[in-house]
Design a protein. Sequence first.
Length: 156
Amino acid sequence: MIEIERKFLVTSTNFTTPNTIHTRIVQGYLNSHPERAVRIRIKGTSGYLTIKGKGNETGVSRFEWEKEIPLEEAEQLLALCEKGVIEKTRYEIPVDGHLFEVDVFEGANKGLIVAEIELQHENESFTIPSWLGNEVTGNPRYYNSQLSLHPYNQWK
């Protein structure tokens, strides 16, 4: 139940091909506290309830528990969420045996593109594609729970 993940800004939209798998995601937070977040997500036609804990010192590892729930229940729970629903399209980009999930944000976070890679251990090596920019792992400003409260379009 430990998620090991690194997060990067994306500097180019040249990460897709015509066959790239992509899914629309809408998510909200029942609780967006930095030490524990409770998220409701609709990914495509599936619903999910997720609980995330506080990250370790590097921000690379943290507790994550996720359960698929019926779509109708996810829609009802989404209506109870805090303000600031996140809307994005997620692209799945395989790179040398790893999978990058690239989120292209919409709505109040339009213009932000972030890539995440899940790893087996914190020091695992991986290929860094040319379209990746600065690493933002552990920077709470880029957590979706914080983007729901302080959207990207308000940063400037």
